[in-house]
Design a protein around this ligand. Structure first.
Ligand code: EPU
Length: 288
């Protein structure tokens, strides 16, 4: 596999199907390789971004001057002992859940439908309205910008709703999860509940929920109340099915179109409800 590509089109690597090219793109498969790449990044004094499944980001249209690092299959292993799972940062949530089903491990069912990698899910404390991945994390391991390998127990991390205090340049290479043995019947039943919740969400190119839910409220409901459902800008549209989703309808929308819709939503919801919505998705590049 080619591990380095210049001017990789990020549009191809995000679920929004939006984004310009990255000046440097590296797929890395070992800690040694990561250290080497990070040393080069430090020498060049450039910024770097960590790409998981590309399912929670809006990338600028212009070229991204920096390096994008993606963890390859070398970080995609998964194993367990009793209820404890050890998985690489590149393991996807769907793969984690298939593993849980196969080995009768319960506790992660609420993650059903999240497309991201484990590393990304931990970083953003992914989950549902009332459950987040932090409740099953025992520890994480990763590498700092200076190339130091660290293992951090969950108690030392401060998790918030859809966020954490983990530095966005800390590369999560491994995650330890605390699950428990259960019957396949119970696990599948729980997954079905979450599958149903997710079925109310729209399909198409998107980055999932755009905004965080304000405390005790629903961002989707607030956007609907503001009368914004169905509004468009270029190829970007505020979903009719769930207003907290922006869909790149024809695959041709630009980051600029989405950003303008985001600005419109924030402004209108502030006027109609007095609430300033905070972004749940991450942005890469410059957005004003
Ligand atoms: N609602 C509306 N109008 C809308 C959308 C929603 O009135 O256009 C109402 C619904 O009727 C419901 C309430 O808002 O009463 C909550 O909606 P939903 O159950 O869809 O949950 P959510 O709070 O919008 C959260 C997560 C989702 C996750 C679901 C799973 C956030 C920001 N979102 O959505 O996560 O899939 O729970 O239940 O926390 C994501 O992280 O990307 C994401 C989509």
């Amino acid at each position: 596999m080619r591990d380095k590509k210049q001017f990789m089109e990020l549009k191809k690597l995000t679920t929004f199907h939006i984004g310009g090219r990255a000046k440097y793109y590296y797929v890395v498969n070992s800690i040694a390789e990561l250290k080497k790449r990070l040393a080069a990044i430090r020498r060049r004094k450039i910024k770097y971004y960590i790409l998981g499944s590309g399912s929670n980001i809006l990338v600028q249209d212009r070229i991204l001057l920096g390096a994008v690092i993606k963890l390859g299959p070398g970080f995609g292993k998964i194993a367990h002992q009793g209820g404890k799972i050890i998985a690489g940062g590149a393991v996807t949530i769907p793969k984690l859940l298939s593993y849980c089903v196969k080995h009768n491990l319960s506790g992660a069912e609420f993650l059903w439908g999240i497309p991201g990698t484990l590393g990304g899910a931990v970083m953003g404390n992914a989950g549902t309205r009332d459950k987040s991945i932090s409740i099953i994390i025992k520890s994480i391991a990763g590498i700092t910008g200076l190339g130091n390998v660290e293992k951090i127990p969950a108690e030392k991390i401060s998790f918030t709703y859809r966020g954490s205090n983990i530095s966005d340049i800390f590369i999560i290479t491994e995650v330890e999860l605390a699950l428990h043995k259960s019957s396949i019947h119970v696990i599948k039943k729980k997954i079905d509940t979450y599958r149903q919740l997710r079925s109310q969400q729209p399909r198409g190119y998107s980055a999932g929920c755009v905004f965080k839910n304000p405390s005790g409220q629903s961002a989707g409901a607030l956007i609907e109340f503001a009368g914004l459902k169905g509004q468009t800008n270029g190829g970007a549209v505020i979903s009719q099915k769930h207003a907290n989703f922006i869909i790149n309808k024809n695959g041709q929308a630009k980051a600029k179109n989405v950003w303008e819709l985001i600005t419109r939503i924030r402004k209108t919801v502030r006027q109609t409800s007095g609430i300033t919505l905070a972004l749940e998705i991450k942005t890469w590049g410059e957005f004003k």
